[in-house]
Design a binder for this molecule. Sequence first.
Ligand SMILES: [Fe+2]
Length: 236
Amino acid sequence: MRAVLEDCSAQGVEQIVGLGDIIGYGPDPRECLLMCKDFSVNLMGNHEEAVLFDPIGFNPRARAAVEWTKQQLMSPEYTREENGVLWQILDSMKVSHTLGDVFLAHGTPREPTREYLFVQDCTEDPAKVESIFDSFPTHTAFVGHTHVAGVFVDGPRFISPDQLEDGVHICGTGKSVINVGSVGQPRDGDPRSSYVIIEENKVQFRRVEYPIEETVKRFRATPLPENLALRLVEGR
Ligand SMILES: [Fe+2]
């Protein structure tokens, strides 16, 4: 996350929107929450929802990661006030948000925290994709959740960032759902952090290298499952 924030700064990004799942996968939930404290908007992902409420639909390993994360945010090594700041950030997260002609959600616009919009839905369940397209009032929606960056357009079809000229998508008059990928755990085979920069109607997909081995070492100092660390190396 630090590497992406540095890239944002170098690119002159003026405001940052977080699409959720800031915590729940990694060894530094306290630091990550504090880093997104001053974002313009922070949305709630299914992992924040699980920490705040119940880990519905989580497998035992993911459930254990939620419990460990929760303990970190209540750690007696910190003062009540220091822990309180973290819970206030979580409490302030919105489920969805509209910014001009852009709709923001973690999962999908119609089921913001939990529903996945997968690439294969375009061929296997096009009615689902069309229904999601009909569920938001703006031309463009931005989501995360699957950790796979790219653009869903009418058809429906999916365009990956490497199919775009210079990795830039131009938002037109048709509807699109844009997945920004993932800063902390990309799953498209490229282990670099993924995010997008929006400038007027241009959406630029960016990848940022970060010291993955250091993060893996930090994982190994926690009881978090080893597979969470290993998948960072492969970007899967
Ligand atoms: Fe998620």
